[in-house]
Write a protein that binds this ligand. Structure first.
Ligand code: REL
Ligand code: ZN
Length: 416
């Protein structure tokens, strides 16, 4: 963030950045018709897994005791540890207060029950409208798992696409990372598959994906991978990618999104808060991009150490779109660093951010914080151009912001 005095150019860029409606291309949010899957409200915000792991640093409480509590009790515990006994300066804790503030609550009162009451008087539909408006988010891409029983029912009843603001992305993690489980689920759904890799299994897994892409109108297939994901090698993942994912993506003309570098459950007692980041091998993505020049890949990585190399790789392959500052990278200092060197290497031809929200109101802080940083980095670059006598017009600023926050994604999908 620049400490220069604010120029007219900078204030124009920042104002336009604030006003730009965004497409959030990866979230864990759901449209209201998915019922309980759409998380929202004060207690859900406080028991976000980012805050769970932070709060345990200040407590000797048994993990199992915490998990045995109601959501309200868990939220009270986190509020005490992270807001009352210590100052909420971390990104996620600060974010909770940004949300309250932007929704017009009195952050100074520190009265949790007052906040709970304020949220309780709203319906979920009102809240979706109000939050999307406050966050300046107009399109939200969900993460959709056909094996989730609650979700499956909504899709099978044909209600999954009811809200035009929400789009689907078909998650394929278990097919790649937990094949025995996937075989059980596929069998339940009536597909004839076996753990052993046979011709029939391949055909049936393809049929499953292609039917579910249609049913969900999925914008892309997505997976998160551990850092030791390797390609090309002889293993289940490689067979699945070469013989199932790539052919289905080609047939449906959709990208394959790879989120690489997560080590799940390094502390199993923390459950969903127990995942860790891990360095990855960028050459796996390189090999995929080279081997399948017509296939589009949306890629993000979790280790800071991989970011520069990945941005360089995007200079070499136009079928590679890098996106977002994922999870532990979604913090002020790193969003700035990554946005800056991505822009220096790729201009505006990348997707600078996605929110990864799990709880609706988080849209307000995640986009609020990131928007400011991205706007300031862009303003720095324009100021350098201005110093050489190059004037960017307001139309050009609007175009560039629209590319960064919307069109780079939709154009990459071929759905502009
Ligand atoms: O999509 C993913 O794999 C991850 O983003 C999630 O697993 C993760 O828990 C998410 O909340 C991180 O922001
Ligand atoms: Zn995610």
């Amino acid at each position: 963030i620049s400490h220069e005095p604010t120029s007219t150019l900078r204030s124009t860029v920042l104002r336009m950045t604030e006003q730009m409606q965004v497409t959030d291309m990866h979230t864990h949010l759901f449209a209201p018709q998915f019922g309980e899957l759409l998380l929202w409200g004060v207690d859900e915000l406080l028991i976000y897994h980012y805050l769970i792991s932070e709060s345990f640093r200040w407590s000797d409480e048994e993990y199992e005791t915490f998990w045995s509590w109601s959501k309200k009790e868990q939220a009270d515990f986190i509020w005490q540890r992270l807001f009352i006994e210590h100052s909420p300066v971390s990104e996620a804790a600060n974010g909770f207060l940004t949300v309250l503030h932007r929704l017009g609550l009195n952050v100074g009162s520190r009265n949790l029950d007052e906040y709970r009451k304020a949220f309780a008087s709203r319906t979920v539909n009102e809240q979706v409208d109000a939050v999307m408006e406050a966050a300046g988010v107009s399109k939200i891409v969900m993460t959709n798992d056909p094996f989730d029983p609650v979700e499956q029912k909504v899709w099978l009843e044909g209600k999954g696409g009811a809200d035009p603001r929400f789009y689907a992305a078909l998650r394929v993690d278990s097919l790649l990372n937990d094949w025995p489980y996937a075989v059980r689920e596929l069998t339940q759904l009536g597909y004839e598959v076996s753990e052993e890799w046979t011709e029939r299994t391949r055909e049936e897994t393809r049929r499953f994906l292609s039917e579910w892409v249609d049913r969900m109108k999925a914008l892309y297939l997505a997976v998160s991978m551990p850092g030791d994901f390797a390609y090309p090698v002889e293993d289940h993942r490689n067979r699945m990618i070469d013989e199932v994912m790539i052919p289905v993506c080609a047939e449906k003309d959709i990208p394959f999104a790879l989120m690489i570098g997560v080590r799940r459950r390094v502390n199993p007692l923390l459950r969903s808060a127990g995942d860790m980041s891990m360095r990855s091998d960028v050459s796996a993505v390189e090999a995929l991009c080279r081997r399948y020049p017509k296939q589009k890949f949306l890629v993000t990585m979790l280790a800071r150490e991989n970011q520069h190399e990945l941005a360089v790789l995007a200079r070499k392959f136009r079928n590679l779109m890098i996106f977002g500052c994922w999870w532990f990278l979604h913090i002020e200092s790193i969003v700035e660093e990554m946005t800056r060197f991505r822009m220096e290497l790729l201009g505006t031809s990348m997707i600078p951010q996605h929110s990864d929200c799990r709880v609706l109101e988080q849209l307000i802080y995640k986009w609020g914080h990131s928007r400011r940083i991205i706007g300031n980095v862009l303003a720095d670059k324009y100021e350098r151009l201005q110093a050489s006598g190059w004037q960017v017009t307001d139309e050009e600023i609007a175009r560039d912001l629209d590319d960064l926050f919307n069109r780079n994604f939709w154009r990459f999908l071929g759905r502009e």
